[in-house]
Write a protein that binds this ligand. Structure first.
Ligand code: SAM
Ligand code: SF4
Length: 329
């Protein structure tokens, strides 16, 4: 069992299977993309599965695949199938932009995927194209429909709220839960790898941030009632519009610390274990993987590196941040 120095059991691993992505969301990546890690530095399918196996033997119960965009990985179905069949794993889930989901939802479910989180920041097709720098919102909707047909439920929608961009859509996005059993989670913008200008027509860095308190104020007319957390909600605070089928959640990495209940480790696509999203303290597994050494000691080291809590402002101003797509947000 992995227990960190502050008594927290580590039961959740997020694996970034690739740093590549088929979109360039303004808050996540620069227009020209990032400098992709060389293929040889990226973990192979066998290596990813070995780390997952060692983590599950140490007490990890849930694994989320992310990226970059996990569905651009050419062997994503094999990764899901092999991780889902690790003895004692409770669930494998995935976070995606849904561009490739329509075709992959049923094969993913067949491979053992249990649930899916889909990122959608706006209901406006033109705004979606601008935020993602070229994405087509129709593909998100057809991906959502395919995920529902494949019973990848309950479906979660992740929405990063940015003032001057989509904050005006908070009520419309929350209203989706009236008729759909979806969990819409509003996420504070994190100043990770994105403090530069996003280009013409986008808000400046100091105008963009909206706190969860600000988001809840924008939804006050809905009379949100506290609701029980859907499974795997991690740090979200969850509410329901009275009578709604789904819930709305708020994720606040900046405003309200959720460090006390942090149960996670992250594996980057180049084989580094990160103990915290924002503390750039990494344990490299690649050497051990490629020389056939046991991984347990490295996993324990990453667990023992977990800080009591992070200070996002300090971490960000200290620099040396990798972007979200590299860490596996
Ligand atoms: N490509 C997949 C997707 O977009 O769902 C998975 C990887 S993406 C890095 C995971 C999540 O991180 C997405 O929901 C995205 O909106 C969120 N994200 C990326 N950059 C962020 C930022 N600067 N602040 C808050 N959330 C961010
Ligand atoms: Fe790609 Fe996801 Fe980052 Fe958007 S948020 S650029 S879809 S990794």
């Amino acid at each position: 069992m992995f227990i960190d120095p502050f008594g927290r059991a580590i039961t959740y691993l997020r694996i970034s299977v690739t740093d590549r992505c088929n979109l360039r969301c303004v808050y996540c990546m620069p227009k020209e993309g990032i400098h992709w890690q060389p293929r040889v530095d990226q973990l192979s399918v066998d290596e990813i599965v070995r780390v997952a196996g060692a983590a599950v033997r140490g007490g990890v119960k849930r694994i989320r695949l992310t990226g970059g965009e996990p569905l651009v990985h050419p062997h994503i179905l094999e990764i899901v199938r092999r991780i889902a069949s690790i003895p004692n794993i409770e669930e494998v889930t995935l976070t995606t932009n849904a561009m490739l989901l329509e075709r992959l939802a049923q094969p993913l479910a067949n491979a053992g995927l249990k649930r899916i989180n889909i990122s959608l920041d706006t209901l406006d097709p033109e705004k979606y194209r601008r935020i993602t720098r070229g994405g087509k919102i129709d593909r998100v909707w057809s991906g959502i429909a395919a995920a529902e047909r494949a019973h990848l439920a309950p479906l979660k929608l992740n929405t990063v709220i940015v003032r001057g961009l989509n904050a005006d859509e908070l009520p419309a996005l929350a209203r989706l839960t009236l008729e759909h059993d979806w969990h819409v989670r509003f996420i504070e913008l994190m100043p990770i790898g994105n403090t530069q200008e996003w280009g013409e027509g986008f808000p400046t860095p100091d105008e963009r941030y909206v706190s969860v308190q600000g988001m809840r104020a924008a939804l006050s007319a809905f009379n949100l009632q506290p609701a029980s957390q859907p499974q795997g909600s991690g740090p979200a605070r969850t509410f329901r519009i009275p009578g709604a089928l789904g819930t709305v959640g708020f994720i606040s990495p900046l405003g309200e610390h959720f460090c006390e209940s942090c149960n996670r480790l992250r594996l980057t696509s180049d084989g580094k274990l990160r103990s915290c999203l924002v503390v750039p303290n990494e344990v490299s597994l690649r050497g051990a993987l490629r020389t056939g050494q046991p991984l347990e000691e490295y996993l324990h080291q990453a667990v023992s590196n977990k800080p009591a809590r992070h200070d996002l402002q300090v971490a960000v101003s200290a620099g040396s941040q990798r972007g979200m797509s590299q860490i596996g947000g």
